[in-house]
Design a protein around this ligand. Structure first.
Ligand SMILES: Cc1cc2nc3c(=O)[nH]c(=O)nc-3n(C[C@H](O)[C@H](O)[C@H](O)COP(=O)(O)OP(=O)(O)OC[C@H]3O[C@@H](n4cnc5c(N)ncnc54)[C@H](O)[C@@H]3O)c2cc1C
Length: 462
């Protein structure tokens, strides 16, 4: 009997569980998953923050999925992957060790801090995605303190704008549909760092949900770096609609309790320019603001002076995806950036019996591949087939090969039943795009929820 250990229950491994449930297991193989019990679907995070979805809508119940798949679930975090010089190895947790013949990694990414002091202690990230529950609680806490009155509430009518010390690049624009800053009582300030797709969507979601003064800070001169000028123009209109203040060319230098110190970012300049092919290509290399070429350009790399302070009751850090610390502790081949280096079969480039998918991998030959859930989802069927082959028919035939798609349908939640769609050269913002996004995301989750319900019903009837 060969043992496969699935480390992490991310977007690719839930598909492996689905395949195992569908096929009734792989003969001669025992599968174990090591992960925290709840995982959340990234596509629905902004909708959850806005109240469009309940937590159960975007939640994967990993123990239930494992039971459906005949997989043993171990609640915990792997701290090291040890690989033997011969075959197999061991997954180390803080309280136990699990030997394996094959192992597969889908542990996502860590927030990229760029060495900025205070991020870990004073900012909230959404990596892993389950942190969205804490963000939701923090926003509710601000509302309870009266700092983030709900739009339309009596308190919100008296709320005031949080002031920003020092010059601002663009003045706050308050949407007509949202209570404006009135009176003298201080309102809450929420600062979102990183204006890639994730930062944009989260800034909009916070603004939709509350009357907080939301400031979106971006080191590069552009909103949605890597997207085309047409997409950015629509996105600017969305920020205007919700009264989100945007500070391009502004780098976060230090995060403290109650404030973010910012300074000059990379060449502050015009945010508008022609949509070029290279921009469209670059779009696939960024999800939340980080691009491969940026790696190594820490906050210290440009002369930003001493900066100025933005008040911040809550700082949300979405400035890119870095390698999870577990990788550096393990016997795995790594890319220059520190991600798990795999070949197109999604196996370690040095041939050890460890596989991987999603944000944690660096695919040999495709350094531009973005860290986005859609890529993890597309890798999943290849990973599942290859794991099955490795466990059941090793040495027979050749493994399937994964090739990343050059572009993908991008659908960004722009608030209250609208979304911004980009598909190749097509750009559209409105209700139709939201309908499509909701349909795709809900259909994706339905399969897993059906599997979970079937398992629970079966257990109830026994
Ligand atoms: C606000 C926001 C919105 C986004 N929207 C989209 C979108 O619309 N479309 C899109 O394509 N991408 C989106 N992304 C990006 C997307 O979240 C990631 O690319 C995606 O989650 C990566 O999937 P994954 O399977 O690699 O890892 P994850 O989804 O991060 O899952 C990894 C899992 O592994 C677990 N884990 C971590 N460490 C360990 C360990 N040591 N041991 C065991 N388990 C561990 C984690 O708890 C987690 O459950 C968004 C990101 C954010 C922040």
């Amino acid at each position: 009997m060969k043992r496969l250990v699935l480390v992490g229950g991310g977007h690719a491994h839930v598909h492996v569980l689905d395949r195992l449930a569908e096929s009734g297991g792989w003969s001669g193989a025992e599968v174990v998953m090591v992960a925290p019990p709840r995982h959340h679907y990234s596509g629905m995070l902004p909708g959850y923050l806005q109240g469009q979805y309940g937590e159960a809508d975007l939640r994967f119940d990993l123990p239930a999925l494992c039971r459906a798949a005949g997989v043993r679930f171990v609640d915990g975090l792997a701290i090291r992957i040890e690989v033997d010089s011969g075959q197999g190895g061991r997954v180390h947790l803080s309280d136990r060790t699990i030997p394996f013949h094959h192992c597969s990694m889908d542990v996502g990414s860590a927030p990229r801090t760029w060495g900025v002091p205070g991020v870990k202690d004073h900012a909230l990230s959404l990596r892993p995605t389950s942190r969205v529950l804490e963000l939701d609680r923090r926003l509710a806490g601000l509302a309870l303190r009266g700092a983030v009155p709900k739009p339309g509430s009596a308190a919100s009518e008296q709320g005031a704008a949080a002031s920003i010390s020092g010059p601002v690049v663009s003045e706050p624009r308050v949407a007509a549909s949202k209570p404006g800053p009135m009176g003298s009582a201080p309102g809450a300030a929420v600062v979102v760092v990183g204006a890639g797709a994730a930062g944009f969507e989260v800034a909009v979601a916070v603004a939709v949900r509350s009357a907080a003064e939301v400031t979106l800070v971006e080191e590069s001169p552009q909103l949605l770096p890597g997207y085309s000028a047409r997409v950015r123009r629509k996105a600017h209109a969305v920020l205007d609609r919700w009264g989100v203040r945007f500070l391009p060319g502004t780098a976060a230098l230090e995060v403290n309790d109650g404030q973010v110190r910012v300074g000059e970012g990379r060449s502050a300049g015009s945010d508008e320019g022609p949509a070029t092919r290279s921009e469209e290509e670059a779009a696939v290399s960024t999800r939340d603001g980080a691009r491969p070429s940026d790696v190594g350009l820490g906050a210290q790399s440009t002369n930003r002076g001493r900066g100025r302070s933005l008040p911040s009751d809550l700082t949300i850090w979405l400035a890119g995806a870095g390698p999870p610390p577990l990788l550096a502790q393990s016997d795995l081949p790594l890319t220059d950036e520190g991600f798990f280096a795999v070949d197109q079969s999604l196996r370690a480039v040095d041939g050890v019996p460890v596989w991987g998918a999603g944000d944690c991998i660096g695919l040999r030959g495709y350094p531009w591949m973005p860290r986005a859930g859609v890529y993890a989802v597309r890798q999943a069927p290849v990973l599942a087939r290859n794991l099955e082959m490795a466990l059941t028919e090793e040495g027979v035939g050749s493994f399937h090969s994964y090739e990343p798609q050059a572009s993908f349908l991008s659908l960004l939640n722009t608030g209250k039943g609208r979304a911004l769609l980009r598909w190749k050269r097509l750009v559209y913002e409105g209700r139709g795009a939201w309908w499509l996004k909701d349909w795709i995301d809900s259909r994706f989750m339905r399969r897993y929820h059906e599997l979970e319900s079937a398992t629970l019903e079966e257990e109830d009837s026994q």
